[in-house]
Design a protein around this ligand. Structure first.
Ligand code: AMP
Length: 598
């Protein structure tokens, strides 16, 4: 029931007093975006005035935009490596931030094959929490009665390590779920999860998923929304159900928990929830044993109003599969965030995925925008870039996001390309266009052209003794299987047909490629089971020439033609697959351990 119009918001009538406050906050921030940004920059520069970094650039305690922009360089992660390494090694002096670095957040972006380490400070948790607190008040404007049931969210913690200097290094969501902000959150009828904290916080991914699914089945009539952070995560949960519904049904029928669940706190918590329920077990068996799983989400959770998953950016590839399993339920992309900083939220979360625009919240950090010219090679010291402020971006233009955070990142290029779609008050709204330099991805892995090239080179060493080389290659993220997997097309030059590489050798090539890919890929393969075995498809000689002919027939210039290192256009895939000679899958798991190698 909406509250009275006295506290109504331009975004719509709030569902309750608490929502009204959150919506007022959004209005206030977006109306005064320019002033808020100026204040945020001044706060950050005052707070960090004496840090080694700001001192190095002779800011002399200035806090105005002009001094900041003229003295501080625009940087990438690589530029900060020496400072980050010192912090990781235990240097506690005020290098980037005046506040102590509380931990490192491990980004899914990589540098030299390892996850990037993002320094963070304690107070950033409050800022992230603040952004989370705005999501449901916005959602309640579009979907009524979300306080009448629960959310089935598949949420996980991942492994954490310590740097040589003793700081924790873990993903931002692991840090959040393990924080008191999350664990002791006050009861909120609009934000009740089916998963108990014990299940979310269990470090064993099988036990965590199993119990979260069990709780979701148990509460099936109460579930009003189903979600995960990314679309790939929700599909992994569906796959898990496909593989485990029989055992889950046994547990539901008997009220006894699967012996594979060994975590004592999880067993204790599940013992309180599980009661024999033969009728529910019969239902689960009946639905899950049907040949078709079309619409399985709405069959099992009939009151689901929407899926809460990110389907923008690389996740858009999963939309058709989500539609298949959910009968086309709306897919809400609620927020845009990263390990470096949480950026903003979608003020119209029930819109179509292609129309999703994120409104950057001006209180989260100081934001600048580097105009993105798709064909320019970047910038040099002699021609420094002209960065644009948050309120000055132009509708229709593309920019790369550059941030200055309270934790001490200064004019840091995030690597995301955004397009301005409009404004809410004076705060711009953005389509997420893509992440720079990412060729393709399945889950949170991000593989770029150079990594793929190195992987192909390393694998093709194994072909040498067969007098064989890889003449051309391209790649494809195959998401028809769950989990999805990398497909690499190879055209081979086999000089001695009598001694050509066998299936076994090509399988080893698959594994060698996996071994060469970055640690996020290998973690997805080994620990998270979010990526399937890599596949090499060998195609007939001349296939890549045909690919070029095809591109030229569609208007590409002969002189400038380059083999695309990633393909996803159906006619091209069909052409490649119609020239297939053989397919080979990786026979094992690549090496991965949570410790960093550097
Ligand atoms: P990480 O640093 O591993 O947390 O990854 C952050 C990156 O994930 C961002 O910089 C984006 O490239 C991507 N990302 C986060 N949220 C979204 C979103 N809502 N839509 C598309 N991509 C996103």
């Amino acid at each position: 029931m909406a509250v009275d119009s006295a506290i109504s918001s331009p975004l719509g009538p709030p569902a309750c007093e608490k929502d009204a406050k959150a919506l007022r906050f959004i209005e206030e921030m977006t109306r005064n975006a320019g002033a808020v940004q100026e204040r945020v920059l001044a706060d950050i520069l005052t707070q960090n005035a004496r840090t080694e970094y700001l001192t190095r650039f002779k800011l002399n305690a200035a806090t105005d935009r002009e001094s900041f922009k003229s003295k501080l360089p625009v940087i990438t992660y690589e530029d900060l490596q020496p400072e980050i390494q010192r912090i990781a090694n235990g240097d506690r002096s005020a290098i980037l931030s005046a506040h102590p670095i509380s931990e490192f957040l491990t980004s899914s972006g990589t540098s030299a094959g390892e996850r990037k380490l993002m320094p963070t400070i304690k107070e950033e948790l409050d800022r992230r929490q603040l952004l989370y607190s705005l999501l449901m008040p916005v959602m309640n404007l579009y979907v009524p009665d979300l306080d009448k049931g629960k959310g089935l969210y598949f949420l996980f913690v991942k492994s954490e390590t310590r740097t040589p200097g003793g700081l924790l290094a873990r993903p931002v969501l692991t840090s959040y779920y393990k924080s008191e902000h999350f664990k002791t959150r006050p009861y909120d009828p609009y934000n009740v999860y089916t998963s108990p904290n014990e299940a979310i916080l269990c470090p064993d991914s099988f036990q965590s998923m199993y119990t979260q699914m069990l709780c979701g089945l148990h509460d099936r009539h109460q579930v009003l929304r189903v979600g995960a952070v990314f679309a790939s995560g929700l599909l992994r949960a569906i796959r898990f159900l496909q593989l485990n519904w029989e055992q889950l049904s046994v547990d539901i029928e008997t009220g006894d928990l699967n012996q594979k669940i060994t975590d004592p706190s999880l067993r204790e918590c599940m013992a309180k929830l599980l009661k024999p329920n033969p009728e529910l077990a019969r239902f689960v068996r009946h639905e899950c044993s049907k040949e078709s799983w079309e619409g399985i989400i709405t069959r099992i959770w009939p009151n689901t109003k929407y899926l809460d998953v990110i389907v923008t950016g690389a996740m858009a590839q999963y939309i058709p599969t989500l539609d298949y399993y959910s009968g086309g339920l709306p897919k809400a992309c609620t927020m845009y965030a990263s390990s470096e900083c949480y950026f903003g939220l979608n003020l119209n979360p029930m819109c179509k995925p292609s129309e999703v625009s994120y409104t950057i919240m001006p209180n989260m950090a100081y934001f600048e925008f580097l105009p993105h010219e798709p064909n320019s090679s970047g910038f040099t010291r002699d021609s420094p870039p002209k960065l644009v402020d948050l309120v000055d971006v132009k509708v229709g233009k593309e920019y790369e996001l550059v941030i200055t955070t309270y934790a001490g990142l200064c004019r840091y290029r995030v690597g995301d390309i955004l397009r301005v779609t409009g404004f809410h008050n004076s705060a711009p709204q953005f389509n997420f266009v893509r992440r720079k330099n990412v060729l393709f991805s399945i889950d949170s892995d991000k593989t770029d052209e150079a990594e793929l090239q190195t992987a192909v080179e390393n694998a093709s060493q194994l072909l040498r003794e067969f007098n064989t080389s890889v003449v051309e290659y391209t790649s494809y993220a195959d998401t028809n299987t769950i989990p999805g997997h990398y497909v690499i097309y190879w055209e081979l030059l086999i000089k001695d047909a009598a001694n050509s590489p066998s299936d076994d050798v090509l399988k080893q090539c698959c594994l060698a490629m996996e071994q060469s890919l970055n640690s996020v890929y290998r973690q997805g393969r080994v620990a998270d089971n979010s990526i399937g075995p890599l596949e090499i498809r060998v195609v007939k000689n001349g296939t890549f020439e045909e690919l070029m002919d095809y591109a030229i027939s569609r208007g590409a210039s002969i002189n400038q033609y380059k083999v695309p290192r990633c393909v996803n256009f159906t006619p091209i895939m069909e052409l490649l697959d119609s020239r297939l000679i053989s397919a080979h899958f990786s026979p094992g798991l690549p090496h991965w351990n949570p410790e960093r190698r550097r």
